[in-house]
Design a protein. Structure first.
Length: 361
């Protein structure tokens, strides 16, 4: 089977403050793409004639439309892979919707365009009628189901395993460039460097141990890796969710506690008591309809996300990341009496000895 490589969308590095805030880059970089645990991620498939790319026709000066619609059997593979992730027991839920404007994850099937996905919350920066995930080859072919599992992993915020600085892979760079320049990949040197050869910063990866069986690890043939020696003849991961990655997913997205979230009452602060990487969830039942401010205070780096419950399902309403600056994350949102809202606070790191708390006012 020909090795196929996906290309998560290239996103600019976040602009963090200098000075003391720069010292907190590690905590921020490792979690900034992850979703708030407990969220429902809605996905949709493009399926209309208007859902298409306009691409040039080589040598003609003309363009043509290429559909993003996928056959039902292709969609079924992706649906089954969402179920595989869900069956791990993660605190994230997935729901299919028909309207792209209602989906955080929008999936196309443009053949020949490669497979790739926005990484985690980077999907929120894409336009509402743009793809955040594409599949460029037949997912029903033998061995290709792992592609869908991998792209969903990227959508959850997980990066390429082979780019981990802890992998210890020493590539034959020119062999990699040459191997990916021709069919079926046709990749530029820049794209190959970004998705294959470039090492992630140690502070950017989420795990300190390389997992060669990870779903985000690529198959690569012999002659590309010089070290570790046992992989000079190539590497073929199983294309399934490895035990280490299951543990990783459950650590980032643990199941909700049976007790449910605490209630956040207006004008009453609640201490967070979180460690780095922790999350606290609260429910808000507004006593009146008005614009509320929700946020943290104290010496910490945090992200605050607000969801609204609609028809028994949580929908993203607003979010704010303090970005490692001295300013606390706060959100102003109109909350309606009779509706229920959920506030989720994720802590990157706490500084000093002061108390960190959340309040609605």
């Amino acid at each position: 089977m020909t090795a196929r490589y996906c290309s998560p969308a290239q996103a600019p590095a976040p602009a963090f403050a200098t000075g003391p805030a720069a010292e907190r880059l590690g905590a921020l970089a490792s979690g900034r793409r992850m979703w708030a645990n407990g969220a429902v991620l809605h996905y949709c498939f493009f399926d209309r004639d208007t859902d298409a790319s306009v691409i040039p026709v080589p040598g003609t000066g003309m363009t043509r439309r290429v559909s993003w619609a996928g056959a039902e059997e292709q969609r079924d593979v992706v649906r089954a892979c969402f179920e595989d992730w869900q069956d791990l027991g993660v605190g994230i839920a997935f729901a299919e919707v028909d309207d792209p404007s209602e989906a955080e994850l929008r999936i196309g099937f443009q053949l020949g365009a490669g497979s790739g996905s926005a990484v985690g919350r980077d999907a929120l920066s894409a336009g509402r009628h743009e793809r955040t995930m594409n599949f460029g080859w037949d997912l029903t072919a033998p061995g290709e189901r792992g592609t869908a599992l991998r792209e969903i992993g990227h959508a959850l915020g997980m990066l390429h395993e082979h780019q981990s600085p802890f992998a210890g892979i020493h590539w034959d760079d020119e062999a990699v460039y040459a191997g990916l320049a021709g069919p079926p990949h046709h990749r530029s040197r820049e794209r190959t460097h970004y998705n294959i050869l470039r090492k992630l910063d140690p502070d950017e990866v989420n795990r300190s141990v390389w997992d060669p069986e990870s779903i985000t690890e690529f198959t690569f043939p012999s002659g590309l890796a010089l070290e570790p020696e046992q992989y000079r003849a190539g590497l073929t991961p199983p294309g399934t969710l490895s035990a280490a990655y299951k543990e990783f997913a459950l650590r980032w997205y643990p199941p909700a506690p049976p007790s449910g979230p605490a209630t956040l009452v207006p004008f009453r602060s609640v201490p967070l008591g979180l460690g780095p990487g922790g999350q606290a969830d609260f429910v808000v039942d507004p006593p009146e309809t008005r614009t509320y401010t929700l946020g943290t205070f104290g010496d910490s780096d945090a992200v605050v996300v607000v969801f609204e419950e609609r028809d028994g399902e949580t929908r993203y309403l607003a979010g704010e990341d303090d970005g490692g600056t001295p300013h606390n994350a706060t959100i102003s949102a109109r909350l309606v009496k009779g509706r229920r809202y959920f506030v989720r606070v994720g802590l990157y790191s706490a500084r000093g000895s002061g108390e960190t708390a959340v309040m609605c006012w």
